[in-house]
Ligand binder design. Structure first.
Ligand code: ADP
Ligand code: MG
Length: 344
């Protein structure tokens, strides 16, 4: 969990305790390998229940449709592309694939959903975190040499083909963001004005939490505490990619699940990247891309993706923030971490 729900929960308890406060309904689901929590504020019980049922059905469906290794539309498409076929893109994959392709190219290929074979080689196509060992360097090199990337995925007239046998689609870095973006729009269409959708720390907020704004904590990637607090405005998304959730250790080294497509190895240099955007799908892609870009290059990738609010934590512990993020975060703890402001 990258962003602690604890503060929101504590505040909500206070709200529910208050007789004159708006009604608060809390629901949780399991999707994309994580707990997804929906907090609805100020809706009548029927609307809240309709939102719960809708969220449950949609999350289940997307979890199935976009899964990288459990049999479904994406694994079938991968099999067809791998066999060199030109096939209709299943409806369930149409918007997400073209959006993923566009953002991948915009990120200079650092967010690269075509590297499913590398992710599988590292053992991350499994519910449980793998225990190692890391793959053979020659196997990694062979896949990197084939350079699978989203430019090789040709999407035309509702059909898809791949120019490279090594291309295998993995939407793991994008599914949560796409789902939260679509679901929040659909809940708003159902008449909900105030809610928080929190998928294991990646979140979207609508409206406010009663009389106060939605306020969240960004997890310290080192340890378990809160690094900073932040008010999330109406319609904003906060997404984090980090090295501390899915990883294994082998001979004293940490190998995590975010792979640098240029090397085939887990990206180096940063512990976490948090971005604030007005589009959750962009936020998910951007957090991954900036994490892969590393301590020197992330400002360039942020510029390419038009993301201006970024907080990055280096493996050294150094904290880097953009000016607009610096204005919004309140660091927790005394005397506070050393923070460097970086122009994107
Ligand atoms: P999280 O899933 O923890 O939110 P990310 O959004 O960064 O973190 O997604 C990481 C997942 O995305 C990996 O488990 C893998 O499936 C996939 N992936 C790994 N490296 C990349 C990459 N460079 N580009 C796109 N997807 C990636
Ligand atoms: Mg991501």
């Amino acid at each position: 969990m990258r962003i602690l729900a604890a503060m929101a929960t504590a505040a909500l308890l206070a709200l529910t305790g208050c007789q004159r406060g708006p009604a608060v309904h809390e629901y949780s689901f399991f999707a994309f390998g994580t707990l997804v929590e929906l907090t609805v504020v100020g809706a009548n019980p029927e609307t809240a229940e309709a939102a719960r049922a809708h969220a449950a059905a949609r999350l289940d469906q997307w979890h199935h449709d976009w899964h990288a290794w459990q049999p479904g539309p994406l694994t079938r498409l991968n099999a067809a592309l791998g066999a060199g076929e030109t096939v209709p893109v299943p409806e369930a994959l149409q918007p997400i694939l073209s959006e993923a392709r566009r953002l991948s190219l915009q990120s200079g290929g650092l967010f690269n959903p075509a590297i499913g074979k590398l992710v599988a080689l590292w053992g991350f196509h499994a519910d449980e975190v793998p225990s190692g060992p890391p793959p053979e360097p020659t196997a990694v090199r062979e896949l990197v040499a084939q350079d699978p990337n989203m430019a090789d995925l040709v999407l035309e007239d509702g059909r898809a083909r791949s120019n490279k046998p090594a291309l295998q689609l993995d939407l793991g870095a994008f599914a949560k963001g796409s789902a939260l973006q679509s679901l929040s729009a659909e809940l708003a269409d159902m008449g909900l004005e105030h809610f928080l959708l929190n998928a294991g720390g990646d979140l979207v907020a609508l409206g406010t939490r009663g009389e106060r704004p939605w306020r969240i904590g960004i997890r310290d990637p080192v340890g378990t505490g809160v690094l900073a607090e932040l008010v999330v405005d109406d319609g904003e998304a906060v997404f984090t990619s980090g090295d501390y959730e899915r990883y294994f250790e082998w001979e004293g080294k940490r190998y995590h699940h975010i792979i640098d497509p240029r090397t085939g190895y887990p990206a180096r240099g940063l512990r976490s990247v948090t971005v604030i955007t007005r589009d959750a799908a962009l936020g998910d892609a951007a957090a991954t891309a900036l994490f892969v870009a590393g301590p020197e290059d992330w400002p360039n990738v942020a510029r390419a993706l038009n993301v201006s609010e970024v907080l990055a934590v280096e493996t050294s512990g150094e904290i880097l923030v953009t000016p607009s993020m610096n204005q919004r975060v309140q660091f927790v703890g005394e005397p506070g971490p050393h923070v460097q402001v970086i122009e994107p």
